[in-house]
Design a protein around this ligand. Structure first.
Ligand SMILES: Cc1ncc(C[n+]2csc(CCOP(=O)(O)OP(=O)(O)O)c2C)c(N)n1
Ligand SMILES: [Mg+2]
Length: 354
């Protein structure tokens, strides 16, 4: 169902394309059905309820798993949802990121209509802080009112427009920013693996800076480990906090709830390997066989560099761009890259659908 007919069949072929507003179309459909109802004991309902209960159980397990350090997406977002529901304020949620935004859509429901602005169907990163400033302007005086703006950002996503925090600070917009920081895009590299890279590289572990050849051995999707977006927020005129546990997260919410004269940013460090829960259905795309894997590498990260996925090297143009599933043959040791970035690496990057 879409109000724009040109949207039909653009991604996958629709079997039945209905053009109109969802509310009107659903009304027309139900009137044509003359009161037909699926019996609550029908297979359809039974399966739906069973799937929903299984889903709930999986989410609950991930919330429980993230009660200790490191947090998971689910434990951090569950804490955020509790804060939003109990704060007594009316929050407009702005969000961007990959897992952060997707899981946030499920974990952070809007109780009222027209309370969400996110990267939308095309997933364009960079909209976050601009959207937040615009939203703050539109909801009335957030310095005194109960309408507020919450900006939920992945750590990569926030980098696209972080400098706009200066704008929020200059206009004294009390936007609450929560950065879900897994040190990467979809996933990051564990701090100990990075440390090992630094050591191999001969760099002082405290320097944090990788040489070009060490940096090339990292996946293009990894960012600086536990980057201090909270300090950047302070530098730009806001308040910032780094948190690692649900307890610290709760404390930061309590501390920032009453701040009404500047933006506040909570840098919530989560597991670099945190996953979204296994999806039953593949994303609705023509090319979903090439879609990135969402499963953790078998055996986890414990073999560290021995386990470096060969697609990190990018020299064998993987079909499964940034898939995190271990190949049947196991991981290969990363090749030392001491010369120029090989030609195919550029081809691979430019062909990527990221
Ligand atoms: C303008 C633009 N550049 C690049 C991308 C590719 N992209 C998709 S999601 C994403 C960031 C995801 O990482 P993060 O925000 O840290 O969220 P996470 O999945 O790690 O939770 C990027 C760079 C994009 N969608 N838009
Ligand atoms: Mg991230």
């Amino acid at each position: 169902v879409d109000i724009h007919p040109e949207e039909f069949h653009t991604n996958v072929t629709c079997e039945v394309a209905l053009c109109g507003s969802v509310a009107a179309v659903v009304e027309q459909l139900s009137s044509e059905l003359h009161g037909f109802e699926f019996s609550s004991s029908s297979d359809w309902w039974r399966e739906l309820n069973a799937a929903s209960a299984a889903n709930r159980a999986r989410v609950d397990a991930l919330i429980v798993e993230g009660q200790t350090v490191p947090m998971t997406y689910y434990s951090a977002l569950n804490e955020l949802a509790k804060f939003v529901d109990n704060s007594g304020d009316d929050w407009l949620i702005v969000s961007e990121g990959a897992n952060t935004m997707d899981i946030g859509r499920a974990m952070l429901p809007n109780r009222l209509a027209r309370r969400r602005l996110d990267a939308g169907t095309f997933g364009t990163m960079g909209v976050g802080l601009g959207f937040a400033a615009a939203a703050d302007l539109c909801i009335g005086d957030s310095r005194v009112g109960h309408r507020r703006v919450l900006c939920l950002e992945g750590d990569s996503a926030v980098g696209f427009s972080l400098a706009e925090l200066e704008t929020l600070a200059r206009y004294r917009m009390p936007v609450l920013l929560v950065v879900i920081n897994n040190s990467g895009i979809y996933s990051g590299v564990p701090a100990d693996v990075l440390r090992q890279l630094l050591q191999q590289d001969g760099a002082a572990p405290s320097s944090g800076a990788l040489s070009a050849s060490a940096a090339l051995r990292l996946p293009a999707t990894s960012l600086t480990s536990e980057c201090r977006y909270d300090l950047a927020a302070e530098a730009l005129g806001g308040y910032g906090r780094l948190v690692r546990s649900v307890g610290e997260l709760r404390q930061a919410f309590a501390e920032f709830a009453g701040v009404r004269d500047r933006p506040c940013l909570i840098n919530a460090i989560i597991d670099t390997g945190a996953e979204r829960k296994q999806q039953v259905m593949a994303p609705h795309r023509r090319d979903n066989d090439r879609w990135m894997g969402t499963t953790a590498p078998t055996g986890g990260w414990d073999k560290q560099l021995d386990n470096c996925p060969r697609q990190w090297m990018g020299t064998t143009a993987p079909d499964s761009w940034m898939g995190t599933t271990a190949p049947d043959s196991g991981w290969k040791l990363p090749r030392q890259l001491d010369g120029q970035l090989p030609r195919q690496e550029f081809d691979w990057l430019s062909r990527s659908k990221l």
